[in-house]
Design a protein around this ligand. Structure first.
Ligand code: CAA
Length: 261
């Protein structure tokens, strides 16, 4: 297994089919420095390519999911260096993953930490989670999707309030606005997130991938084009063995045996 310095990886779940990535820079509240993101990108890519893995979880620790991009690292960046080096460009690696990626958020998910959670497909939160886009407090604006994903996920007024004030908001509020799908006690968060990943893991990985692609289209295109895209993928499922197996199993009143084909 690759040696990582800023993250820890583990394969978890009863069937050992869940890839767990823990951000691990506790002294810096998991501030997302470039070396961390390089490792995260590689870990996500490796789990995506691993046939034994059904879904991926990204988590932090009880104090912090991640307190943002690394302010010390970018303190002396310039417009020229950002442009030349493609600052934060590697962050999109996480959104290129074909398998479901779930964020399990305890503690701070601020700035880039909130944006990383939003790069994931589903966000579960612990009761102590604190979200926010505090970039405005340090004289900049969100740079890894915050101003684009927040309005799409929670609407304009909430997004504006979050981005323009820099105020933090808690797990309950995040759930109420639809940013987070469920909230759990801090010490139950990870096991509940693993259960979610395992539930997804009972389905055909091939069909799960198509379902994820189709939901993601909703954020990329007009309703009409999105509905056409969905219909093509829906028709496409009928070219797979797993679709036939799923329907046969229902009619025969048995559990389907999906072959990822
Ligand atoms: N970058 C670098 N270091 C950070 C950090 C960050 N984003 N957040 C925390 N740290 C470091 C602190 O500097 C401190 O290090 P030292 O012990 O060496 O001083 C250590 O983590 C612990 O932090 P605090 O002492 O501040 O802990 P606290 O409990 O008092 O406060 C906090 C916690 C409210 C989260 C506070 O740390 C904080 O406000 N952090 C910055 C949050 C922020 O502004 N994030 C946005 C970054 S910009 C961005 O993300 C751009 C983008 O869109 C991609």
């Amino acid at each position: 297994a690759p040696q990582y310095e800023n993250i820890k990886i583990e394969v978890v779940g009863e069937k050992k089919n869940v890839g767990l990535i823990q951000l691990h820079r506790p002294k810096a509240l998991n501030a997302l420095c470039k070396p961390l993101f390089k490792e995260l990108g590689k870990a996500v890519k490796d789990f995506d390519a691993d046939k034994a893995i059904a879904a991926i979880i990204i988590t932090g620790n009880e104090k912090a999911f991640a307190a943002g991009a690394d302010i010390k690292e970018m303190q002396n960046n310039t417009y020229s260096s950002n442009t030349r080096d493609g600052f934060l460009q590697e962050w999109e690696d996480v959104s290129n993953c074909g398998k479901p990626v779930i964020a399990a958020v305890n503690g701070f998910a601020l700035g880039g930490g909130c944006e990383l959670a939003m790069l994931c497909d589903i966000i579960y939160a612990g009761e102590n989670a604190k979200f926010g886009q505090p970039e405005i407090n340090i004289g900049t604006i969100p740079g890894a999707g915050g101003t684009q994903r927040l309005p799409r996920y929670v609407g304009k007024s909430k997004a504006m309030e979050i981005v323009l004030t820099g105020n933090f908001f808690g797990a309950q509020e995040a759930e109420k606005m639809g940013l987070v799908s469920k909230v759990f006690p801090v010490d139950k968060l990870l096991e509940e997130t693993i259960k979610l990943a395992e539930r997804i893991g009972t389905h055909s990985p091939l069909i799960v991938k198509m379902a994820k692609q189709s939901v993601n289209q909703a954020y990329e295109t007009t309703l009409k084009t999105g509905l056409q895209f969905e219909k093509s993928l829906f028709y496409g499922t009928f070219a797979t063995g797993d679709r036939q197996e799923g329907m046969n199993a229902f009619i025969e009143k048995r559990t389907p045996a999906f072959k990822n084909d």
